[in-house]
Design a protein around this ligand. Structure first.
Ligand code: AMP
Length: 206
């Protein structure tokens, strides 16, 4: 099973991805984490992308595509959760090709829908707690705009492919987790590992 967790910055993708790693043994592939790791390590790639992340803009497609290609080399039976990737149609098409070459495909795209005010209040809290520089309010506004501009076409792309599950991301972490489990069960027929009741979560019905 390979999933995409899709949603704007601070929609809760990272939190939910980590939970899927713990409960299902999947791997989380977050291009944001990879890029921040490259910056922290002081590598050449890190130096190339630092100012782009700082400004809240998107790094070039070929950079994130090659990061994902490299990570996919480490094959993983339980599958991958793509978090923050793809963000553009070019990335989405590359991902389809990379997976097809490995006899895999995206099974489900989980879109967490959260309104702008909620995102802003979450990001203010996260910035106060972590001090992550691209969470400062000005960079965040740019990130959100870049997200909306580049990724909105992806919603149609995955909807047309019949892979999109849209969930209300405004609820509690646990409620969102249950809705995700229900969407996975509905799509992949897999029993939920931790929350059997979630099969009845209404928002994930397709
Ligand atoms: P995230 O943690 O996913 O919000 O990503 C943090 C930042 O990394 C973004 O604001 C972009 O500058 C960059 N980034 C992460 N993933 C991608 C991607 N798939 N395409 C382009 N830029 C990305």
């Amino acid at each position: 099973m390979d999933f995409i967790l899709f949603g704007p910055p601070a929609a809760g993708k990272g939190t939910q991805a980590r939970r899927l790693v713990e409960t299902r043994g999947m791997i989380q592939l977050s291009t944001g984490d990879m890029l921040r790791g490259a910056i922290a390590s002081g590598s050449e790639l890190g130096r190339r992308v630092a100012s782009i992340l700082e400004a809240g803009e998107l790094v070039p497609d070929e950079i994130v595509i090659s990061l994902i290609e490299e990570a996919l080399g480490e094959a993983h039976g339980a599958g991958a959760i793509f978090d923050g990737f793809p963000r553009t149609l070019a990335q989405a098409r590359s991902l389809d090709e990379m997976l097809a070459r490995r006899g895999r495909r995206i099974d489900l795209v989980i879109r967490l829908v959260v309104d702008r005010d909620k995102l802003l209040s979450r990001i203010e809290r996260r910035f106060a707690e972590s001090g992550r520089s691209d969470d400062n309010p000005a960079a965040f506004a740019t990130r959100l705009e870049a997200y909306l501009r580049s990724t909105t076409p992806l919603i149609d792309y995955y909807r047309a492919a019949g892979k999109l599950a849209e969930l209300d991301g405004m609820r509690s972490i646990e409620e969102v987790a249950q809705a995700i489990d229900a969407a996975i069960a509905a799509r992949c027929g897999a029993a939920s590992p931790s929350a059997p009741d979630s099969l009845t979560a209404p928002s994930a019905k397709r």
